[in-house]
Design a protein around this ligand. Structure first.
Ligand code: 7B0
Ligand code: CA
Ligand code: CA
Ligand code: CA
Ligand code: ZN
Length: 416
């Protein structure tokens, strides 16, 4: 965030401050990386409510970014914060030296195997051209800055809306989680390239309609690599300071202290449900899949990073069962989530076991549409603070292939 913009933080922040958010003041530009050991879900929710940016959680140890004011407040509340680094320093260490900077339209030097938006668009266009019989590229709408929100449909007889279970994969709601875009691209490439040679892939393509949105937040992702340097950016690029897309969905939006009403928070929920064009476009698309009164999409998986977790709804409440979630349904989420986690080595848990979130995508998919909806938090399990969002491009193959079996489990479940 620029210095001048930061001056507005104190002013705008006070006016819009929610009951629990802590405003950063004009002088409060000192952001540190902290760790807190041995937390439970209630303590993690307390941290989130204080407005800090939780980067990852592993075995109860939380890594977060906080301003020095927020850290002081939390320490006064009895939370044992251990300062492990400086936010700007952490990014500077991960970024290449100035003279090695890649062009603004490329990932930082050494990480060029990640796809920029232009490269993503080209790769999807090529996949459609090479596999036109089973792959069809369109979009669900546009981002705030006008980029197409690509949608790839993969199925036999792809031009026909067949009566087959439809399964949606979404990636990159959070700008800096670039590994997730590669995950969606890997799904596209596997189900197109391996069609006809891999029997399991062939069977799934023939009996499902696979829908992939590889980036929900292209503006944020491009901003995050602007200047060939990682920026540590999470939200979209709308308004003063962006909206957290994964707090902007319209089910129990803003209900429960799992998001912030303060525009400069990293978990700002937006001015109203679906105020972000990106969430609105995907939601409209999902709604358009109600055909003859029946929602065609039966399963959904949203990829994030990092912490290596399999998460299921609800996020807005600690309760296992709630309105729209029977005991049986909660058990099915836990059962399938645990089976998927057994294949990739992630940790399975209800979303709120991490911390309370409201306005998240899974709660809307399930609460509003009965879509069997999960979140995967990808590699790494822990470590590195900000570096966790920027694993070297050498791990892309390994960490995307790692989820093949879990993806197949979900596709199979979609038919049940
Ligand atoms: C988030 O660190 C979302 C759980 C599903 N509702 C977890 C996600 O939006 O807080 N974690 S993350 O931001 N990727
Ligand atoms: Ca590399
Ligand atoms: Ca088909
Ligand atoms: Ca269909
Ligand atoms: Zn995320």
């Amino acid at each position: 965030m620029g210095k001048i913009r930061r001056v507005f933080v104190g002013l705008a922040g006070v006016a819009l401050l929610g009951a629990t958010a802590v405003p950063a003041s004009a002088s409060d530009t000192d952001r540190g990386i902290y760790e807190v050991d041995g937390t439970d879900a209630a303590q993690r929710t307390q941290l989130v409510r204080a407005g800090v940016d939780v980067l990852g959680v592993a075995d109860g140890t939380v890594t977060l970014v906080a301003t020095s004011e927020q850290a002081r407040g939390l320490r006064a509340d009895g939370i044992d914060l251990d300062r492990t680094g400086d936010f700007d320093r952490a990014l500077a260490d991960r970024n290449p030296d100035t003279d090695l900077r890649a062009a603004a339209d490329e990932f930082p030097a050494g990480d060029e195997d990640y796809h920029t938006y232009t490269e993503l668009t080209d790769t999807l266009t090529t996949a459609e051209a090479e596999h036109g019989d089973i792959a069809s590229l369109s979009s669900v709408g546009e981002s705030y800055e006008g980029r197409a929100l690509h949608l790839m449909k993969i199925s036999d007889n792809v031009a026909v809306d067949e009566d087959e279970p439809e399964v949606l994969f979404t990636c990159n709601q959070h700008a800096r989680e670039h590994l997730t875009t590669e995950m969606c691209l890997h799904i596209v490439e596997r189900f197109t390239d391996d069609y006809g040679s891999d029997p399991a892939v062939t069977e799934l393509v023939n009996t499902r309609e696979i829908l992939v949105v590889p980036t929900m937040n292209p503006d944020g992702a491009e901003y995050d690599i602007s200047g060939g340097q990682y920026q540590g950016w999470r939200k979209n690029r709308q308004g003063w300071d962006g909206t957290d897309l994964n707090r902007n969905w319209g089910y129990e939006w803003g209900c429960c202290g799992g998001s912030s009403g303060w525009q400069f928070s990293d978990t700002y929920r937006g001015s109203s449900p679906f105020s972000a064009p990106e969430t609105a476009a995907v939601a409209d698309f999902v709604e358009s899949r109600i055909v003859g009164g029946e929602q065609q999409i039966t399963a959904h998986l949203d990829f994030h990073s990092y912490s290596e977790l399999v998460l299921w709804p609800y996020g807005y409440t600690y309760d296992d069962t709630a309105e729209g979630m029977t005991r049986e349904e909660a058990e099915r989420f836990a059962d399938v989530g645990t089976r998927m986690a057994a294949t990739n080595g992630y940790t399975p848990q209800q979303s709120s076991d991490l911390y309370i979130t409201d306005g998240g995508i899974n709660d809307w998919m399930w609460g509003e549409h009965d879509i069997f909806s999960f979140t995967f938090e990808m590699y790494p399990a822990s470590g590195g603070g900000m570096d966790g969002f920027y694993p070297p491009d050498e791990v892309i193959d390994r960490e995307t292939t790692r989820n093949d079996d879990a993806v197949d489990i979900l596709l199979n479940e979609a038919g049940i």
